[in-house]
Write a protein that binds this ligand. Structure first.
Ligand code: PMP
Length: 443
């Protein structure tokens, strides 16, 4: 056997630094949390025997049904019954499980064409193209949009897939403080030769990249502020709507719908089908010229498999329901339920005296636990009460702002949220998490 002393580095040798070890513990923990069934309103945990830090565990053969506050199932389309599931079943019978090659090889199915038409129309853009994963969409799109001689300015809290793709592009990358429009403007001014943006512009293209709704903070991008800056500094704007499409706006059409801003103000509206649509994959929407160029040169769609037939059918059917084309009233009801649930839970937690982050209308609600030691303790208190949540800590958050994160769904009932609030109330007392006796007047 070769050892590190012989100058040989095994492939896992980099895992030993402090940061990776912490990350690994968290990741290991999720691999050690076996679940079964649909990740809908409830999620079923497979009970384990051992609780050590090994990846392996033994199942006891019993299960525990928990209230699921951890899936991004915003509109409740994670389900095994109903219009979507029936249509997906028919789709498998007609098209099989997989296209078994990228579109560039086998060709484009009628399902691709229809889903691309539908999502473009839903988002309010002239054209769209779809990918098998949301991560792959961001990870491969940026080299098709910007490259050497271009400037990409990214919000500090943008998702890992955006960072990944941005690095791959070869553009110069700058970062602005989360949602801080004056910092973004300062960077733009510095980068575009002060005072004379029109006469001297040292960049081939400038692309500013943000998310619609941030999944660790529950904050929304400042779209009106970004559009105002875009008019002044003439950059291209890219908004990742992974968490906002289907979840925000009176018609569920994302941040433009929420702020009442025309979608032509944003150059690229990207999104994923994994959250509000209960499916898989990602999309890019833009002008026809941009989409044609992306189709021709984007490695992610040329060399990679596209979403599978049943997944495309799930997307198609959920989009039809949200838009009210089938099952009249159901889409609207889901949107209203989500909006009500988000505000109800947020208000309830504030009344109990917790510090929570994010926008009032965000279905993602981070509850501050502060000390890292309270992460497993809070998770344990919730599991004791049969509630599954996500807990997040360093290095994904600053060391002293560890948090629990609740993802609200249209599938949750008011009773579910009351049950969660009662559990938080008790756990908050045990772990001394409440900051005050609640907001004045309970507003
Ligand atoms: N963008 C954002 C903002 C995300 O939060 C995620 C994943 N949660 C992705 C992209 C990647 O999407 P997917 O999980 O569908 O691959």
């Amino acid at each position: 056997h070769l050892s590190e002393r012989d100058g040989y580095a095994p492939l896992n040798s980099d895992f030993d630094n402090f940061y990776i070890r912490r990350l690994q513990l968290r990741i290991n923990d999720c691999f050690r949390r076996p679940v079964t069934g649909v990740p809908g309103r409830f999620i079923t945990l497979l009970d384990r025997k051992s609780d050590n830090f090994n990846l392996s565990f033994q199942l006891t053969g019993t299960t525990t049904e928990t209230l699921n506050m951890s899936s991004y199932n915003y509109l409740g389309f994670a389900q095994s019954e109903g219009e979507c599931a029936d249509a997906a079943e028919q789709s498998i019978k007609k098209y099989g499980i997989s296209f078994c090659s990228p579109r560039a090889d086998v060709g484009t199915s009628e399902l691709h064409v229809e889903v691309e038409r539908q999502i473009a129309e839903f988002v309010g853009k002239p054209a769209a193209t779809v990918y098998s994963m949301g991560f792959v969409t961001n990870a491969t799109i940026f080299p098709a949009l910007v490259g050497k001689g271009c400037l990409l300015i990214s919000d500090q809290l943008n998702h890992a897939s955006i960072r990944f793709g941005a690095r791959l592009s070869g553009a110069v990358i700058d970062m602005f403080k989360h949602n801080d429009m004056s910092h973004l403007e300062r960077l733009l001014r510095e980068r575009i030769s002060q005072g004379q943006p029109r006469t001297h512009r040292p960049w081939r293209k400038i692309l500013v990249v943000v998310e619609g709704l941030y999944s660790m903070e529950g904050t929304m991008c400042n779209l009106p502020g970004l559009v105002a800056l875009k008019k002044k500094y003439r950059f291209n704007l890219y908004v990742d709507e992974a968490h906002s499409i289907g979840a925000l706006g009176p018609r569920g059409r994302g941040v433009c719908d929420y702020f009442g801003i025309d979608t032509c103000e944003v150059d690229i509206l990207m999104g994923t089908f994994t959250k509000s649509f209960g499916a898989n994959g990602g999309y890019i929407t833009s002008t026809k010229a941009v989409i044609d160029k992306i189709r021709a040169i984007n490695a992610g769609s040329i060399f990679g498999e596209s979403p599978t037939p049943a997944v495309l059918t799930q997307i198609q059917t959920s989009l039809k329901i949200i838009a009210g084309d089938i099952a009249p009233g159901q889409g609207e009801e889901r949107l209203q339920r989500l909006a009500f649930n988000s505000r109800y839970l947020r208000l309830g937690l504030k009344r109990l005296g917790f510090i929570i982050y994010g926008h009032d209308d965000s279905p993602i609600i981070p509850l501050l636990l502060y000390h890292p030691a309270k992460i497993p303790a809070f998770s344990h208190e919730m599991l004791k009460r049969k509630i599954a949540i996500v807990v997040v800590g360093y290095p994904a958050t600053p060391l002293i702002s560890s948090r629990a994160r609740f993802c609200v769904s249209a599938a949750h009932t008011k009773d579910d949220l009351d049950r969660l609030l009662a559990a938080c109330d008790q756990a908050g007392d045990v772990l001394q998490l409440k900051f005050s006796s609640g907001i004045a007047g309970g507003q």
